[in-house]
Design a protein around this ligand. Structure first.
Ligand code: GNR
Ligand code: NI
Length: 167
């Protein structure tokens, strides 16, 4: 197992479109395990492969309090969404920034599990939000992209300042 470095906004690599996984081999299983370790250590409730500079459609999520309910989504797709809810989001690639984003309230997600078996999940609440946030990453979108241009400019300067202090 290994901790992977997480890309920080506005790194242009966060804008890459991730490619579907064609074969679930040991490399993909290793990637999912390393992503889970990285997510738990951060700590966060989700992580997309894009954030660790691997441009493949792999996501890990664990929204449980006890951190004992790891979900791995390979090639996740929203097949249905309903309702709308606005909630505060954060992102491991945009540390220290939290803002409201509008999302579907309920989603149906189709994906492959680590055995390559097709699965369907109906999600709502935080799980639904997290899955939408992670699929956005696979498509090169960060939650900041949903905010106004003014907020995006402020976030860029806040992160640039942070980077100078930590350098
Ligand atoms: O840890 C995370 N928390 C979170 C809170 C509200 C909405 C979305 C998230 S996902 C985030 C981890 C992350 O950056 N995943 O890409
Ligand atoms: Ni994120």
């Amino acid at each position: 197992m290994a901790l992977l470095p997480i890309l920080r906004f506005p790194d242009p690599r966060l804008k890459k479109l991730a490619a579907p996984v064609i074969k679930i081999d040991n490399g993909i299983r290793r990637l999912a395990a390393d992503m889970a370790e990285t997510m738990y250590e951060a700590p966060g409730i989700g992580l997309a492969a894009t954030q660790v500079d691997v441009h493949k459609r792999v996501v890990v999520v664990d929204i449980s309090e006890e951190k004992n309910d790891l979900r791995v989504f390979i090639n996740p797709e929203l097949s249905n969404s309903a309702g709308c809810s606005i909630g505060e989001e954060g992102c491991l690639s945009v540390p220290g920034v939290y803002d409201k984003v509008e999302r579907a309230e309920r989603v149906t997600v189709r994906y492959l599990d680590l055995d390559g078996k097709p699965q369907v999940l109906e999600a709502e609440g935080l799980l639904a939000v997290c899955i939408q946030h992670e699929i956005d990453h696979l498509n090169g979108t960060v939650f900041v992209d949903h905010l106004s241009q003014l907020k995006q400019t402020r976030i860029r300067s806040k992160l640039a300042k942070q980077a100078r202090v930590t350098a």
